[in-house]
Design a protein. Structure first.
Length: 151
């Protein structure tokens, strides 16, 4: 993975994450510049398979600050994800299961190209979220205790 530009921090809190994929993303030139500035938000975005192609929805990329006509671009437009046919077929099969969705986890640049990391996910129940928080707190406490013991 290259230099991470944006992450979907709530994805691991809201969902149980399964298979992860790396996909290219079809962008316009000013969107690439805007992403390099870090003006992107993955919150509430998701992936859908339409007519055998994967698309990213609700990903907000703010208009590039140095262009004259900012009305020309829609910040939340649907963007095509570049995946192999076999990967799209596998994703479609996993999406057919009840309660499963595909969410983006991170956007980053790899060899100059914008990439998005996506994962198949299933929504967590409220008690699952609380259990995750409890586990994280317990691990943090254990790390602190180990650190105090070694110093």
């Amino acid at each position: 993975m290259g230099a991470i530009v944006a992450t979907n921090r709530q994805a691991s809190h809201k969902y149980h994450l399964f298979d992860k994929y790396e996909a290219g993303i079809a962008l316009r030139g000013n969107e690439v510049k805007s992403i390099r500035e870090g003006r992107i938000n993955l919150k509430d975005s998701f992936v859908r398979i339409l007519k055998g192609e994967a698309f990213l929805f609700n990903c907000h990329i703010s208009p590039y600050s140095h262009i004259a006509d900012i009305r020309a671009s829609d910040p939340t437009r649907m963007r095509k994800l570049l995946l192999k046919k076999s990967e799209i077929d596998r994703l479609a099969g996993q999406l057919s299961r009840k309660g499963h969705t595909v969410v983006p986890l991170a956007i980053y640049f790899k060899k100059g190209l914008a990439k998005v990391e996506i994962a198949v996910a299933r929504g967590k129940q409220e008690f699952d979220k609380r259990e995750t928080i409890r586990r994280r707190i317990a691990e943090r406490e254990a790390q602190r205790a180990m650190k105090r013991r070694h110093s």
